[in-house]
Design a protein around this ligand. Structure first.
Ligand code: HEM
Length: 409
């Protein structure tokens, strides 16, 4: 390997480095072969790239996600430190271990589950059609700004019971909030983040008070009603959960739809198969999640000495599990870089696993399964705009496009 460039370490692996961000697969493939449990001293973590290691770590319920339990120099602590200017750390379920995690997730899942999504499916289709109606008659448009971005925000806002007039404000807050995961953000992004947090918090606190007096059929009402063994969510826990549903669900679903539309436009043979057989739609969405996952990595923390891939992990040490690398592991998937919607083994770890498996997976899948085929059904002659470069977003952890211009042939 001596004739190759040195292995990227540190920040480069967080996708801030343009070379890595535009095409990380080559680096990840090399890491998986040469150093699959890579000790990233710069950022204080182990970086995992093999499917089996990533799966073992994300599904292990004795590992922690609580940054307060991490070693002082670990990656988890850096995220905490970066968020200090925002005030006291108030973890959502994403950063809580049992028993708090089990309790909150149990109560939230009473309100937000597969049944709630299935009931909402016709409305998702209607919202999708309305967005497409607005694009009819145009020569070209940006799939991200005018389709993939508004859809999830309108859907979750309607599910929560947010008024239509508050939608634009909601979108701005949610976009600013996505910087919460960015350890290297600019001071002005931190300031925007603080304003957005206050805006969200005040809005939801008011909405919860209203629902306590008069329940509706929306998700906030269901969260207010959720009860188990005489236990309920506090107002603050509901506010934090609503905020999490927005920051965890909007950008990610936008990226899933955007990455999917791009993959199909770049692979006309796969698009033709999808058009010929709509039953392939669920498979196609899983293949998009495997090949180009909207969240490229998740993390866990060892509370006790632990071993992964023959490497000893110390208590308090952080592990970053690259779900992007895991989805391209030739030990798991044959010809892993090939985009193939008829692949026999579609398994991926794009929604993480174990106790923290993405709670919004049914909603994200429903939106992508409706939005991607409907776009090509309504606009069969859609093509990539050859004049527009494909540019990736500059938010680490998230993997998506800033814009995707298409035109009609
Ligand atoms: C394609 C879209 C999405 C992707 C790729 C994605 C990915 C993820 C990942 C990787 C995790 C962490 C899992 C782990 O560490 O094991 C997660 C957790 C979570 N996601 Fe999603 N997500 C998506 C959409 C959504 C949506 C639409 C919602 C809700 C509206 C949502 C809500 C959540 C919540 C609440 C958690 C925390 C679960 C827990 O800690 O118990 N996600 N998601």
């Amino acid at each position: 390997m001596s004739d190759k460039q040195p292995m990227p370490t540190g920040l480069q692996l967080t996708a801030l480095d343009p070379v890595f961000r535009e095409d990380p697969r080559e680096y990840l493939d090399r890491l998986r072969i040469e150093d699959p449990v890579h000790r990233d001293a710069e950022l204080g973590r182990l970086f995992l790239t093999r499917f089996e290691d990533v799966r073992a770590v994300v599904s292990n319920r004795s590992l922690s996600v609580d940054p307060r339990k991490a070693q002082p120099d670990s990656y988890f602590r850096r995220i905490l430190a970066a968020n200090e200017p925002l005030g006291a750390f108030e973890p959502s379920m994403l950063q809580l271990d049992d028993p708090d995690h089990k309790r909150i997730r149990g109560l939230v899942s009473q309100a937000f589950n597969q049944r709630a999504v299935d009931t909402f499916r016709p409305r998702i289709r209607a919202i999708t059609n309305e967005l497409l109606d607005a694009l009819t008659g145009r020569d070209s448009f940006d799939v991200i700004a005018e389709y993939a971005a508004p859809l999830p925000i309108i859907v979750i806002a309607e599910m929560l019971g947010v008024e239509a007039r508050d939608l634009a404000q909601f979108k701005r807050w949610s976009d600013a909030r996505s910087q919460i995961f960015n350890v290297a953000r600019m001071p002005e992004q931190t300031a925007e983040l603080a304003v957005a947090r206050q805006g969200h918090d005040d809005y939801f606190a008011r909405a919860i008070d209203e629902r306590r007096v008069r329940r509706g059929t929306d998700l906030i009402s269901a969260l207010v009603s959720a009860e188990e063994a005489e236990d309920r969510l506090t107002q603050r826990e509901i506010v934090i959960t609503c905020d999490l549903l927005l920051i965890a669900g909007n950008l990610t679903t936008t990226d899933l739809i955007g990455n999917g539309v791009l993959a199909l436009l770049k692979h006309p043979d796969q698009l033709a198969k999808l058009r010929a057989d709509p039953e392939l739609v669920p498979n196609a969405v899983e293949e998009i999640l495997r090949c180009d996952p909207p969240v490229v990595q998740t993390g866990r923390l060892a509370l006790e000495p632990f071993e992964i891939g023959g490497i000893e992990v110390k208590a308090g040490e952080a592990m970053t599990a690259s779900v992007l690398a895991a989805g391209h592991d030739p030990a798991r998937h044959s010809d892993p870089h090939r985009f193939d919607i008829e692949r026999a083994d579609m398994s991926h770890l794009a929604f993480g696993g174990g106790a923290h498996f993405c709670l919004g997976a049914p909603l994200a899948r429903a939106e992508a399964q409706i939005a991607i085929p409907l776009l090509f059904e309504r606009f069969p002659s859609l093509r990539l705009d050859p004049q527009s470069a494909i540019e990736h977003k500059r938010v680490p952890i998230f993997n998506g496009l800033t814009a995707l211009w298409v035109h009609f042939a």
